[in-house]
Design a protein around this ligand. Sequence first.
Ligand code: ASP
Length: 222
Amino acid sequence: MLVAEGAEKFAHKEGFERKNMLTDRAKAHYRKRIKEMAAQAAAKELKPYSGHDTVGMVCLDGKGKMTAATSTSGLFMKKKGRVGDSPVSGSGFYADSKKGAASATGLGEDLMKGCISYEIVRLMGEGMHPQEACETAVNRLDGELRERRGEAGDISLIAMNPKGEWGAATNIEGFSFAVVTEELEPTVYLVTRGEDGRCTYEKASEEWMETYMKTRMAPIEE
Ligand code: ASP
């Protein structure tokens, strides 16, 4: 596992393009959040950790090889030096071509407590369908955290097994994910979590897709 200068040198040697990923939009978003946090009334509700958006993926190739990946942590306003779960094997992602692969998003501090991606792959290895494995691991960790300290951070996972079967589970409202297979064109699904912790999903409507894009592109009022 390479970090800091060593990782940069390696990336450079491998031909990765060096560019500034800090967009004007992200800067405006940051300035807005700083203002909101400074305003007393809002500071009570706003935590530095509200908002996360890591992109995670699991893949199965034509030769039966499985991989999992995450973007660098999408947690907004994180502390300097904080690593989080996203680059940590077993927590943010895990893949074993014989058992399956999983990838996580949510509050890293909590995801790491359950080594959640590893746990899902382990459950798939014991024969669980990816959907059951995701629900079992998410609900167990959510339950343990709530029992321990009365609350749990956001926990959302996707997984796939070597047969190409897939699943997703979450402990929040509004988790969405996308699937593409040889039979299925790229499809976005929205997850609903029932009171019993079971997660069901339905195809996102055109209207939802449009609103999603509009919100993401809307100018940020500072
Ligand atoms: N899991 C990430 C972290 O805590 C945040 C995210 O999923 O967006 O660093």
